[in-house]
Write a protein that binds this ligand. Structure first.
Ligand SMILES: Cc1cc2nc3c(=O)[nH]c(=O)nc-3n(C[C@H](O)[C@H](O)[C@H](O)COP(=O)(O)OP(=O)(O)OC[C@H]3O[C@@H](n4cnc5c(N)ncnc54)[C@H](O)[C@@H]3O)c2cc1C
Length: 475
């Protein structure tokens, strides 16, 4: 008779009898995947190739009741537990070594109530799947920029995308969630029901339970939007960033824009003469009327003579997947961030110099221009703390060869350090390196909301079952 050695919450090992594991498997409408199963390696694989964890048990849940069963099993045996939504967290926190993964990646239902302008989506849904269902009704909610990432981790950590300045973060657009808390109970949380839990999940990550579905407010979109993607030589980067900053300070909230300092890919449709050269990219989407959008984005296209200009009207789905090809599964990724209140002139050379000395040509330094609707919330309105920064600087180390890992990770950490004099001190949970690290303590993410979060954690998860995340200890 087999037994299973499983890691406990305290870091020890508990040996589970086969009967206990079979009984758990029988409780699931979905499937319990074990290390001997033929598809175990496939099921334990996540997007980031740096992550190679071997869970003891993977509960592929089919619905709320499976999630409750998994939570009860984990609690009964004191098992280390992680939760998987779309499996795209950079730190690989969907998985845990030798523990139990509560895997929602097969829970992919989306229901749209077009009249009420609401969509309810299950915890394993990807951004592209949500967009696909809502755009059928000419509606969308703010999500991120790459269609294959999960809504769950994105929304629980905040959620930045092309609609952030128009309609706020993904978490700002939540109207309710269904959550299985650490006691195994399924609860609805909204402004009316369990409002403390609702406050906490809007930016507090996976600390408070397993969210089995998210209900979002929807907004009219498309069918087409105006997208600007304009590339200038890196020699213009400082002047370009000054121009971009001054332009965005006057721009309407319907325009969301970012800058990427990157390398021009070595393939068509990029101009051959400049392939492989560093570049500055202006990328923007105007989410209102297309003709108005053409007028609004025009200055980004004419600031100087571009190397190439891919701008034009596109469908909302195309805008939402424009960057997909840059992030294939299995490549190596290490991302961090710093919020900055003011894009000052003396910050700009630091960014350009950081770009030029990155070890991998695939890596980028990104400036997300913030403000608009996300800044109209107070930092205490929900768990998401940093509301008033002018920009979030994202540092994306992306590379292919495993022997380049140290150089890339060190580059990212070095740039974060160099940015500290300019930063609010805050960072974005969803661009979180390997999770909680010395230069990314959890209090930097939650700021002045930390104490309240710790109290809510004590109420809903007193034993800290949900700890494989940017962990808030019960207060
Ligand atoms: C290619 C790429 C592009 C990205 N672009 C953007 C972007 O444009 N804007 C942006 O804001 N972010 C972006 N991100 C960051 C992204 O938001 C995070 O990586 C996010 O964690 C992904 O969510 P997921 O569900 O796929 O993650 P997972 O790895 O499945 O989960 C991450 C963590 O979230 C928690 N969690 C997941 N599901 C649940 C659940 N159902 N209930 C409770 N807790 C849960 C768990 O703690 C888990 O460890 C991007 C990431 C990638 C990889």
């Amino acid at each position: 008779m087999s037994t299973y050695d499983v890691r406990t919450l305290e870091g020890g090992t508990v040996t589970l009898a086969e009967a206990a594991v079979s009984e758990f498997a029988d409780r699931l409408r979905g499937r319990l995947v074990l290390p001997d199963d033929g598809d175990y390696d496939q099921v334990r694989t996540v997007w980031n190739g740096l992550v190679d964890k071997h869970p003891a048990l993977i509960a592929r849940c089919a619905g709320n009741t499976d999630v409750s069963a998994a939570v009860e099993f984990a609690r009964a045996h004191g098992i280390l537990t992680s939760v998987r939504g779309g499996g795209h967290n950079v730190a690989g926190s969907a998985l845990c070594e030798d523990g139990l993964v509560i895997d929602l990646s097969t829970m992919r239902g989306v229901y749209v109530d077009a009249k009420a302008r609401l969509a309810r989506a299950q915890g394993g849904v990807t951004l592209g799947e949500l967009d696909r269902e809502t755009t059928g009704f000419g509606l969308a909610t703010p999500v991120g920029l790459v269609s294959r990432t999960g809504i769950a981790g994105l929304t629980l950590g905040g959620g930045f995308g092309w609609l952030t300045r128009a309609h706020g973060l993904s978490c700002d657009n939540l109207r309710s969630v269904d959550v299985v808390t650490a006691d195994g109970a399924l609860r609805r949380a909204s402004q009316e029901e369990n409002p403390d839990l609702f406050w906490a999940v809007r930016g507090g990550g996976g600390n408070f339970g397993v969210v089995t579905s998210f209900e979002y407010e929807l907004h009219p979109i498309g069918p087409q939007v105006m997208m600007a993607v304009v590339i200038y030589p890196i020699e213009m980067a400082e002047r370009g960033m000054q121009f971009f900053r001054d332009f965005m300070r006057q721009a309407p909230d319907g325009l969301m824009a970012l800058i990427e300092l990157a390398t021009m890919p070595g393939e068509a449709p990029f101009p051959e003469a400049h392939q492989g050269e560093p570049m500055i990219v202006f990328a923007a989407v105007y989410s209102g009327d297309v003709a108005e959008g053409e007028r609004v984005v025009a200055p980004l296209r004419t600031f100087a003579q571009p190397l190439v200009d891919f701008s034009g009207p596109v469908s909302w789905m195309d805008a939402q997947s424009f960057f997909d090809a840059d992030y294939p599964d299995g490549r190596y990724y290490y991302w961090k961030s710093a919020f900055v209140d003011d894009i000052s002139d003396d910050l700009l050379p630091v960014l350009v110099e950081s770009c030029l000395r990155r070890p991998s040509e695939l890596s980028t330094v990104d400036l997300w221009y913030l403000g608009g609707a996300m800044a109209r919330h107070e930092p205490g309105d929900s768990a998401f703390w940093t509301r008033n920064a002018e920009t979030m600087i994202g540092l994306e180390a992306n590379w292919i060869k495993p022997d380049q890992s140290d150089a890339n990770i060190n580059w990212t950490r070095g740039v974060v350090e160099a940015l500290q004099p300019y930063s609010t001190g805050g960072s974005y949970a969803n661009f979180g390196g390997f999770g909680v690290e010395a230069d990314n303590p959890v209090r930097k993410i939650y700021g002045g909301n930390y104490e309240r979060l710790a109290l809510i954690k004590r109420r809903y998860d007193p034993d800290n079952l949900f700890r494989v995340n940017h962990n808030i200890e019960p207060g």
